[in-house]
Structures are given as structure tokens and as C-alpha cells.
Design a protein around this ligand. Structure first.
Ligand SMILES: [Zn+2]
Length: 306
């Protein structure tokens, strides 16, 4: 972890260029916690519009270590932010990654996952869902936290953090999609029957039946997912798939569709079964309203790098 008084902070690029007070900004967040204005301000310095800045590699180990000292139930908003960083579809050249800080950054992440999972668990306790001090829907909190945990597990389905419109207020629209056959841009709405519609189109297109993947056979141990895996024994079609993924520790090679089932099942454990069922639609197929081609939804999500 980069010492807070190191001169290295002065050379680390942020979204506002290099800053004389970057180390001090970290120190202030560690002193005041994540509920004030200081943390969102620091967050904006390390990531802006999906681009991760070199400062992130120095800042995240500090804030993650600090999160380990706080009550998990108070950290839903914080872990959502960290999920946005880990799930960022960062398209910048590798040269922008500060090589001297990568080892410390990577070492912080295994610590982060169990903490984020505990925050997810604690967020079930019925207290109001809050993001950065403002109320949000419980369904929104559950899905962003679940995706943040997946991002912290380093599975690329965590990139779906960025697929939802207006994050993280969770409006009634939902994800941006693009037909892989004709490249038409689509907006998926989660009103009605979870249909896909072209933006502003008048006539909804009938969608294929929900067909989920088979329960995967995955090697691996549950690790920090063990406690949650037990809760995924739900009477839903995606529950057994989710459980198999969690019991294998969400390995990087778990098929995207099965990890979407995991996110859906996690959301269902927060009592948001209707929204969970709509999310599970992302593990199935859609029919393009423009060319009528039927494609797997995971092939239609531009945020999901393959
Ligand atoms: Zn099409």
C-alpha cells in the first residue's frame, strides 16, 4: 500500500490531472468515513465516465482496508462504488496502468470480496436503501450490490454495472442493447413482460420464451460465497443455476448466462422476486424488433466485453 506521505501521490494522474492534495484527500476520507461528500469527490478523481485513472491503483487499497474496520451494514453504497470501478469497461491503453502499484491493488481485492458479500447480506435487514445519502429502490440496491460482488470476484458480468441506464437510481427503463445481426440499438424495458423495444417504438415485439441455461458443472470451492450459496436454494428456475455458480466460487470461466442467474437469485434473496425474474431474462434470448433475429441477450449487451 502506498504510504500517504509518499511523493508518488504527486505524480499520479486523476480525472483532474495530477494533484498536490491527492494524498490528503485520501487521508480525509479515512478520517471521516464514506458517508460525507469527501468519498464521492475522491471517487470522481479515480474514475470518470468509465475511465479508470492511475490514482485508483493507490487509492483503492487504502479505502478497502478502511472499509474492513467499518460496520458492513453501513457500506452498501461504498461497495456499489467500488463495483463500478472494478466493473468499468476500461478501454485505455495498458501504459496508463502504474506498474509499481498493481501488486498492492491486486492484493487488496481478495480482502474486498468477503466484505462486500457481508454488506450484501446485511442490506437484507430492512433498513432503507440509500446510495450516497439519497434513498434508492431496494431492487436497485440489491442488483447493484450483487453486480458489485460479481465484479469483485473478477467475473466480467460485473461490467453490467454500467449497462443500466441512469445508474444507480434504477429507473423503469433498463439496459442498452444492440442487435448483433443488424446493429440496431435497443432499450430494454423492465415494465410489462420484460420486453425489448427499440427506443421510442410504438409496438412491442413478442419475445421468445424464457430459456435459461442448464445447471453448470464447474470446478472450484465456494470460498467467501459459501454463506450466500446456502440462501440461494430458492424455488425459482434460476436458483439451482445460481447455487452451482456460487458453490464453485464464481470462477472466471462460469458462463455469462449462469452468472446472470446468480445475480438474479441474489436479488431474489432481498425479497425482490419480480425484479429478479426480469433480470433473469438477460440470461435468455431476445428477438430484434428491426430484423426479427433471435439472439442470446448476452450477445446484445455492448458493455459486456467478450
Ligand atoms: Zn436486428
Amino acid at each position: 500500500m502506498l504510504p500517504l506521505d509518499s511523493p508518488r501521490w504527486l505524480a499520479l494522474e486523476t480525472s483532474h490531472g495530477t494533484l498536490a492534495h491527492l494524498g490528503e484527500a485520501v487521508r480525509t476520507v479515512l478520517a471521516r468515513g464514506f458517508d460525507g461528500r469527501e468519498w464521492p469527490a475522491l471517487y470522481e478523481l479515480v474514475i470518470h465516465q468509465g475511465t479508470i485513472y492511475p490514482a485508483a491503483y493507490a487509492v483503492l487499497p487504502h479505502v478497502i482496508a478502511h472499509a474492513a474496520t467499518r460496520e458492513p451494514a453501513t457500506l452498501a453504497s461504498f461497495w456499489t462504488d467500488i463495483g463500478f470501478v472494478l466493473g468499468a469497461p476500461d478501454k485505455r491503453p495498458v501504459a496508463a496502468v502504474p506498474a509499481d502499484l498493481v501488486a498492492g491493488f491486486e492484493a487488496a481485492l481478495p480482502v474486498a470480496l468477503p466484505l462486500a458479500l457481508r454488506a450484501f447480506d446485511a442490506a437484507r435487514d430492512g433498513r432503507p436503501a440509500i446510495y450516497r445519502g439519497a434513498p434508492i429502490l431496494r431492487a436497485s440496491q440489491a442488483s447493484y450490490l450483487a453486480l458489485a460482488c460479481v465484479a469483485l470476484a473478477r467475473h466480467h458480468v460485473g461490467q453490467l454495472m454500467w449497462a443500466f441506464l441512469d445508474p444507480p437510481e434504477l429507473s423503469e427503463e433498463l439496459v442498452n442493447a444492440m442487435c448483433p445481426e443488424c446493429d440496431v440499438e435497443l432499450t430494454w424495458l423492465h415494465r410489462g413482460a420484460g420486453i425489448v423495444e427499440e427506443s421510442h417504438a410504438d409496438d412491442p415485439v413478442p419475445q421468445p420464451a424464457l430459456v435459461l441455461p442448464l445447471v453448470p458443472k464447474l470446478a472450484g470451492k465456494p470460498g467467501p460465497w459459501a454463506t450466500l450459496a446456502a440462501a440461494l436454494d430458492l424455488e425459482t428456475r434460476f436458483g439451482p443455476i445460481a447455487r452451482a455458480v456460487a458453490l464453485a466460487g464464481v470462477p472466471a470461466d462460469a458462463p455469462d448466462r449462469t452468472v446472470i442467474c446468480l445475480v438474479s437469485a441474489l436479488v431474489a434473496t432481498h425479497g425482490e422476486l419480480d425484479w429478479a425474474t426480469r433480470l433473469a431474462r438477460l440470461a435468455s434470448s431476445m428477438r430484434c424488433p428491426a430484423c426479427s433475429a433471435v439472439s442470446l441477450f448476452v450477445d446484445c449487451l455492448p458493455e459486456l466485453d467478450v
